[in-house]
Each structure stands twice: as structure tokens, then as C-alpha cells.
Design a protein around this ligand. Sequence first.
Ligand SMILES: O=C(O)CCC(=O)C(=O)O
Length: 338
Amino acid sequence: MGITYTPKSRNRDGRYLVSVKEYTQYHRDGYLIVRGLLSKEDIDRLYDLAERTRAGSIKPKETTSSYQPEDEENKDPLKAEFVQQTRVHMVSRLDATAEWGMLHPRILDVTEAIIGPDVYALQSMMFLNPPGRGGQGWHQDSYYIKTHPDTMIGAWIALEEVDEDNGCLWVVPGSNHEPIYPPEGYGGGNVHALDAFKDLKAVANVSHLDDEVNTLSKVVANYPPPIPVPMKPGDVLFFHSHLFHRSFPNRTADRYRRSYVCHYCNARSWIPWDHDGYEGETGNYRQILARGRTHLPYAAPAFGTEVYLSEADDESDSVRMMGMEDGMMMPVVQKKEQ
Ligand SMILES: O=C(O)CCC(=O)C(=O)O
């Protein structure tokens, strides 16, 4: 009865079925670690993508790096490339494997269950984090990417062993229930309704590594100590876009921290965002519809990666609640007109 969604993935071999426990844990704590979600073969492909990115064969349109060269004597071209590029944004718009990774069916199985059934794939980032580099201070992802309604989720894919030494993620369990702390001057209205809160304080220098400078750390301090999330290749951390999280620079001398991080949201959300700088009415038409369906604009995968969308004729009879004479509410099925 009502609208049922029957994605083709339903009968797919290897479909990941989320448990009710995982669903409730995600919504309670703001994150869910699915161990071994991706196979060794999958990780090999994404690791190779990381290496091609590192070697510069995938040219980013824009690079985010906090690196200031200190060691000009370092003549290793790969290392030089590495230290400049701790992260490369939107590789999925540049490379077929990156698009495949972002639209990996087992990752979409989880996002479909947690924030779906209709799912947009929004963003991909390849992290390289060479020795001594990388790290991002406390932040909430919806501070940067707004979706209305606010439904965003991140998927953090470990491409190699990550731990406290090479800069794993740290999370504050339960902080997903916090509102988004806005920058100064927005009155709380950049995600939530303007002035909807009486005491939502602005924060400064979000994502700065130094807790003295990044004032979101003062809210983090209201919680029990944050916890590190060590992971093995193939493990995927799903995290809520309001969750307080951070990473530290890679403090090893000889290890890297390669990870592939993608963001998704419910495909019924309006998204005034597109990474490539589109400033118009909506960025929805740039976002890939990855599962389900939507009444909003969307993009198809640029490299032809298969996605499992709902068919329009999945709609079946609808149901409405009718008040009965005895005061009870009863569901009444309305037959779909042929
Ligand atoms: O992996 C990292 O170092 C930071 C990633 C992160 O915080 C994010 O994607 O929101």
C-alpha cells in the first residue's frame, strides 16, 4: 500500500542489508562503522586511483592544501606532488573509477537504508595525507554543504590501515543531535530557520587544527572525550553531517593515509551547492541520482556507472486514514487508476 520502492538492487548478489541495530546506532550516535563493506578487489581499485591521483594523472580543478613547502631539497617528484595535495576534491567528476567508487552499490545500500530511499551522490574527496601532513580540526559537514531538508551523510572509506598515528578520524558520539553552529553574522540562519534558536552561538575558525583558535572545540568540550576510529582497508565509516569530527596530521615518518570520502543526501533535498562554483538557484542538477527517484533535477553518472533507480511504475495503491464513526482512525486503500 502507498508508494513502495523496489530498487533493482533488491535481488542483487552481495547486497548489503543494514540491520535495525545499525540503523538505530547511526541515528543515536551519529556514526556507523561497517567493517569489510568493500572487498579487497574494490580497495585495490580505489588504492590504484589514490596512486594515480598522487602521481598527478588525475588533474584536480581545485586543490585544498594546508601545506607550505619547508623542504625545498626534496627532489622526489611524487613526494613533492604528495605534500602539495593532501586532498583532491571531486575526483568522481574526473575519473571513471572515482565515479564507480562513489556509486559503489554496497555503500549505496547503506545510505539507501539510512537516509533514503532516494539518494543523491554529492561529493567525492581523495585524501592522500603524506607523513607530517593533512588533518582537519573540529567541524560539522553541514556547515559547508547545505541540504534542505538537512539529510547529508558522509562515507569514509579506508584504503589502508588508519590509526591515531597516521591520522584517523575522531568523533564525538551523540553530537549529531546538535544544531549546526553557524559562522559569525548568520544569526543561526545558514542551515536552520533564522533566529529559530535563542542561544545558538556563532563559532569561529571551524576546521582549524588548533583548538584554541577553533571555537567549535568549546562545544566539543561539553561531551565525554572524543573517540578515535581506527579502520582497516575496506571498512567504511558512515557519519552524520551534524557530527562533531576531526582528524590530526599524519604524525608518522613513513606511512601515508589514503582514504576516499564521499557525501550523499536524500534526493528530495534542495541543494544550493555545487562544488564547481555554481551560484544559481539550485545545484541539484549537478548531483547524481544514485538510488530511488526524485521530483527534483538531477544528473546521470558522467562515466556511465550503473545506478539502481526506482521505476515510475513502482507506485502502487495509496492509502489514507479515515475517521470512523466510533472515533477510530482506519487506513483505507485507494486503488491506483489504471
Ligand atoms: O579525513 C579527514 O582527515 C577529514 C575528513 C572530514 O572531516 C570530512 O570529510 O568531513
